[in-house]
Design a protein around this ligand. Structure first.
Ligand SMILES: [Fe+2]
Length: 457
């Protein structure tokens, strides 16, 4: 009997509402925080990074602490796991002319499509949603969590993990003259709570607060681990270290990243799991508003070289469109750099000067022309192959717009989906199912002795 609705996690977590309800058409609290862009404080501090709170505890999250054993067993029996990922989902009005209903529709179409994926997927459908940051606009005040997070995902009956984006980090208080609320306050309350329970910001909806140890953390799931990083509050660039003293930050996050890569290396090399990195600011982007963050790319590279392990995929948001790049490593492996900040807020066009894809500079190739429609990623892996599918969604249709498979053994990318014929991109050679099942215990890889961070280049 599939557990397809109203799950309760092993620690008493709740996810979806007991009964479905119509989408909202207006905000409970009209969002006025864009006015802070004009404040003296923002003007004076818009180029300053904010402190990064240390994790409450070390060690990864284990998905088995968030889903019923029946679903963990079903994933194990199926020999593969599927999950959602997208960023930049908040339903705030992009300008005075846009109605609240339109803003809500944009996010709602994506959220509703993901809900239908979960409802139709049964116990082996999408197991969780890994949010790529910018959950709340324009700034991450707790009062907007109902309208932009709890209400849109009220029927999403799976856990939602998140890395914060720049908008989640910037939080203003009752006065626009100074940030009277500490950075990340709303995010910490709703995603980094010490124990599961009802959120003060959920307006009575049942979804439990998430219990991530901090704003950077690793999620260990069967067949895949996701290392989530926090790239701070600037509109650009993303920052995960002091970058040689340029930013007044500790380099603890680099130590964390290198340690996590080293911890996961044996399981990755044994072919037991894929290793992904999620960071809100994309290392690469050709959108007109947000360029890539070269400092983030250099920091990740230094940690990978020191650990002797590269991620299989890098997931990012921040740029409000879909972009797919490939990085070609000297050892022949290919790393997809996926940018999916397409969750419903303020679609942004690419730069007008880029040539048609595929477009290569050095080791990096923009593989397809950027897709400006709102949509989301569905990711499936069995530890041998990893599918990445981008679906665009509006109120009328959900359409597969891009689908690739990464062979985790040789690091080669091919077009089309291995695990689902429905996930095959138009014009690509989708292959369906029939993969050999691979047994897993669903347990986290062992934690090694921590090591010093990698030297920066
Ligand atoms: Fe962002």
């Amino acid at each position: 009997m599939p557990l397809t609705s109203n799950l309760s996690g092993p620690q008493g977590q709740f996810y979806a509402e007991p009964k479905p309800s119509p989408d909202a058409t207006s905000f409970q609290i009209d969002n006025t925080s864009s006015e802070y862009y004009n404040s003296v404080y923002y003007t004076q501090h818009k180029n300053d990074v904010q402190p990064v709170p240390p994790p409450r505890q070390s060690g990864p999250l284990d998905l088995s602490n968030f889903l019923p054993q029946q679903i963990m067993d079903a994933i194990d029996a199926a020999g593969k796991i599927t999950f959602h990922s997208v960023g930049d989902t908040g339903a705030a009005k992009v300008n005075r002319a846009q109605s609240a209903a339109t803003a809500i529709e944009h996010q709602g179409a994506i959220a509703d499509a993901m809900v239908r994926d979960v409802q139709s997927g049964g116990d082996t459908g999408p197991a969780f949603f890994f949010h790529l940051g910018d959950v709340i606009y324009n700034f991450g005040e707790a009062q907007y969590y109902y309208d932009q997070f709890f209400e849109p995902y009220r029927d999403y009956d799976r856990p939602i993990f998140a890395i914060p984006g720049n908008h989640d980090g910037m939080v203003f208080g009752s006065s626009s003259s100074a940030p009277q609320v500490p950075t990340l306050a709303g995010f910490l309350t709703n995603f980094c709570a010490p124990i599961p329970g009802q959120s003060p910001d959920a307006g009575g909806l049942v979804r439990s607060v998430m219990t991530q140890p901090g704003v950077y953390f690793t999620l260990d799931a069967p067949f895949v681990s996701i290392i989530g990083l926090y790239s701070n509050v600037l509109d650009g660039p993303g920052v995960i270290s002091s970058q040689g003293g340029q930013f007044p930050l500790l380099d603890d996050q680099l130590t964390f990243l290198q340690n996590e890569l080293e911890r996961l290396k044996p399981a990755r090399q044994a072919g037991e799991r894929a290793v992904l990195i999620a960071v809100h600011h994309p290392p690469l982007s050709v959108d007109a508003k947000h360029a890539g963050s070269k400092g983030v790319e250099a920091d990740i590279e230094s940690c990978c070289e020191a650990a002797g392990l590269w991620p299989d995929v890098i997931l990012s948001g921040h740029a409000h469109l879909y972009q797919r790049f490939t990085r070609q490593l000297p050892n022949g492996r290919q790393i997809p750099y996926m940018v999916s900040g397409s969750g419903g807020f303020a679609a942004t066009r690419p730069q007008g000067t880029i040539p048609p894809a595929p477009y290569t500079i050095g080791d990096y190739t923009l593989e397809i022309d950027p897709i400006i429609d709102f949509g989301y990623l569905t990711i499936t892996t069995d530890g041998n192959d990893l599918d990445l599918t981008f679906k665009a969604a509006d109120q009328t249709a959900v359409t597969v717009r891009d689908a690739i498979t990464l062979n985790l053994k040789n690091g080669k990318i091919s077009n089309g989906s291995t695990f689902s014929a429905a996930g095959s991109a138009s014009g690509s050679s989708g292959r369906s199912t029939a993969k050999g099942k691979k047994k897993t215990t669903g347990k986290s890889p062992k934690k090694p002795t921590p090591t010093k961070k990698g030297k920066k280049k």
